[in-house]
Design a binder for this molecule. Structure first.
Ligand SMILES: C[S@@+](CC[C@H](N)C(=O)[O-])C[C@H]1O[C@@H](n2cnc3c(N)ncnc32)[C@H](O)[C@@H]1O
Length: 578
């Protein structure tokens, strides 16, 4: 989140956040595998993945310690017109409120909104907890406020709009008499009714002609105030007219704790304008981003769960006319920070001792023993030597070559390389090269969960083997290329329940999303062509549409595949277009 400051300090007009509530729970995400034609029942084809952990489940204190710097950061990110809506629940709302008062100023506290998120349920020992709280603060007194309206309540309509025209149009009868008004009125007799009226006789005549006068039993004229001409009721602080997401909702993504679009729509409509910049810094399935996109706002979102990013990306791409979006990975900075605070830093650099402790920590999680005194090999597990990549740089081909050479020198025949990120395209090259030298090479991903104490304590750490992607670049016509996926092998299929695994017939069933950047510029992946499975449409093309280049030349194509575990596999291909 801190990385947003550089670009966005003082520029965000509205921030909605819905952080984990310190309940100590893990939240799972249900995903389906493959197409329906593989004849799995829905339940069988679903695997459950941990989407994120409520890492601050160690109590209010740890939750607030996490929130404190983030609230300050939010204050810095907001523009002078900006607003914050902090979505929380009853355990934490009072603590957060005090803290927000301190950072924003108590006079900037605009409302405590109670959202009734579910219908009655019975909590055996207390009142049913059916609401969440949204704490609404503004940065200054010059905030955006669009005075949102909603429908009048039924009882109100029944009581006050109790008259109807012949065509069923409902109206309230309003006083036309000026009796008692300080400004006086117009004295005349209208259709036998003598009085002092609020409008001159000519206006009364016009209104009558327009059918806007209602006559009481005594012949007294009254003004017809039509319900359908009213702006609606100003939205109050109790929101009981927006349903939470239920399993059959169209907007359901399968992401636990997903909030209703209607709720966020009310927030965004109330406190931002077309083109405003809206942010959700705990965006989960991307509800706020999707609503912002649909309402014509610009947006930025963050989340640390790979599932969240994956689900949000698919959700946004599914919006008709969604503007181009970028997915940035800030993992390196988070890892550097984690390494510094966990193992120690000397000024800006990590100390030698800290580096040793980092390696020992990863080795332990991998079930390996440290092997001191070697240059490129850090440990051993069973018969395999282990090399561990740095937190802030991709594992390179040269690095693996050096580790293989050391294995050969020591007559070791198996090498496991654990890395956070990888130099592009090394998989095929390295595995074949190592084999030639008599070394079996296994490449495994270090998961970001190793930075979460709770995940470590619960033993939730999986070192996935890198997936293997085989691609064919096709040249359908002059200046055009297409990408065809030929094979995709994920190694850790044992993590899929057996009854599901045995029914998966095609390698493509393991793919949930894939996309092509036709001209990668060595920075951000720019999605040029994309396809993905949705909850409604489970099919997936394995050949892209052709892409026509404007001019011949050398290009680098990047293919990104996201598998059913939410893991990314990205491979680059240098091509010449003629
Ligand atoms: C309650 S969920 C948000 C759900 C979201 N409002 C929606 O509608 O889908 C909280 C999210 O915060 C994310 N999260 C937790 N700690 C975070 C952190 N330090 N930085 C960014 N995201 C975080 C979790 O991964 C999770 O997706």
């Amino acid at each position: 989140m801190g990385s947003l400051l550089e670009k966005f300090a003082g520029k965000i007009d509205l921030i909605y956040i819905d952080p984990p509530f310190a309940t100590g729970a893990d939240f799972s995400f249900e995903t389906e595998i493959g197409e329906r034609e593989i004849e799995l029942t829905k339940e069988q084809s679903i695997i459950e993945e941990k989407a994120y952990r409520d890492t601050w489940g160690r109590g209010a204190e740890s939750f607030l310690a996490m929130m404190a710097p983030r609230v300050r950061l939010i204050h810095d990110l907001l523009s002078p017109l900006g607003s914050l809506y902090l979505h929380c629940e009853w355990h934490m709302s009072s603590h957060l409120r005090l803290f927000l008062d301190e950072v924003f100023g108590a006079d900037q506290f605009r409302a405590e909104i109670i959202w009734k998120r579910t219908s009655a349920h019975s909590d055996s020992s207390t009142f049913g907890q059916v609401h969440d709280t949204l704490l609404y603060y503004t940065k200054t007194n010059a905030f955006v406020w669009n005075n949102p309206k909603t429908d009048y309540e039924e009882w109100y309509v029944e009581r006050y709009y109790r008259y109807q025209d012949k065509d069923g149009r409902r109206f309230m009868s309003d006083n036309l008499s000026a009796k008692g008004l300080s400004g006086g009125g117009y004295a005349y007799t209208w259709k036998g009714a003598k009085g002092v009226w609020r409008c001159p006789e000519s206006t009364m005549a016009r209104l009558d002609k327009e059918g806007r006068i209602y006559y009481t039993e005594n012949g007294i004229p009254r003004y017809k105030r039509y319900l359908d001409e009213m702006e609606g009721r100003p939205v109050q602080s109790l929101w009981d007219d927006i349903q939470g997401v239920v399993s059959w909702s169209d907007e359901q993504t399968g992401y636990a704790t997903q909030k209703a679009e209607g709720l966020v729509e009310r927030v965004i409509s109330a406190s931002s304008s077309a083109g405003s910049l809206v942010a959700d810094l705990f965006c989960g399935s991307g509800t706020a981003l999707a609503v912002a996109e649909k309402l014509g706002r610009r947006w930025v979102g963050c989340d640390l769960s790979r599932w969240a990013v994956h689900v949000a990306r698919k959700r946004l791409l599914g919006i008709d006319g969604c503007k181009p979006l970028e997915v940035l990975n800030l993992g390196k900075y988070e890892r550097q920070y984690w390494q510094g605070v966990t193992f120690g830093k000397d000024g800006k650099t990590v100390t030698e001792r800290a580096l040793y402790e980092y390696l020992a920590f990863i080795l332990k999680l991998y079930g390996a023993q440290p092997v001191p005194g070697l240059t490129h090999l850090h440990g051993k597990v069973g018969r395999a030597m282990v090399h561990i990549g740095a937190v802030d740089a991709p594992v390179t081909i040269d690095e693996i070559n050096a580790a293989i050479a050391e294995c050969v020198q020591l007559k070791q025949t198996e090498l496991h390389v654990l890395g956070w990120e990888w130099e592009m395209g090394l998989y095929d090259l390295m595995v074949a090269e190592a084999k030639k030298q008599g070394v079996k090479l296994v490449l495994r991903q270090i998961p970001r969960e190793v930075m979460e104490q709770q995940a470590v304590d619960k033993g939730d750490i999986e070192f996935f083997e890198l997936a293997h992607l085989q691609v064919e670049i096709q040249k359908p016509k002059k200046l055009a290329l297409a990408v065809a996926l030929k094979n995709f092998v994920i190694q850790n299929t044992e993590l899929i329940p057996e009854e599901v695994r045995t029914k998966i017939k095609k390698w493509s069933d393991y793919i949930d999303y894939w996309a092509v950047d036709w001209s990668f510029q060595n920075d951000t992946f720019m999605q040029g062509w994309v396809t993905y499975r949705t909850r409604k449409d489970r099919t997936l093309a394995v050949t892209s549409d052709p892409h026509t280049y404007e001019k011949p030349g050398k290009y680098r194509i990047l293919v990104k595949v996201v598998d059913v575990f939410g893991n990314d596999t990205t491979q680059g291909y240098d091509v010449e277009v003629k």
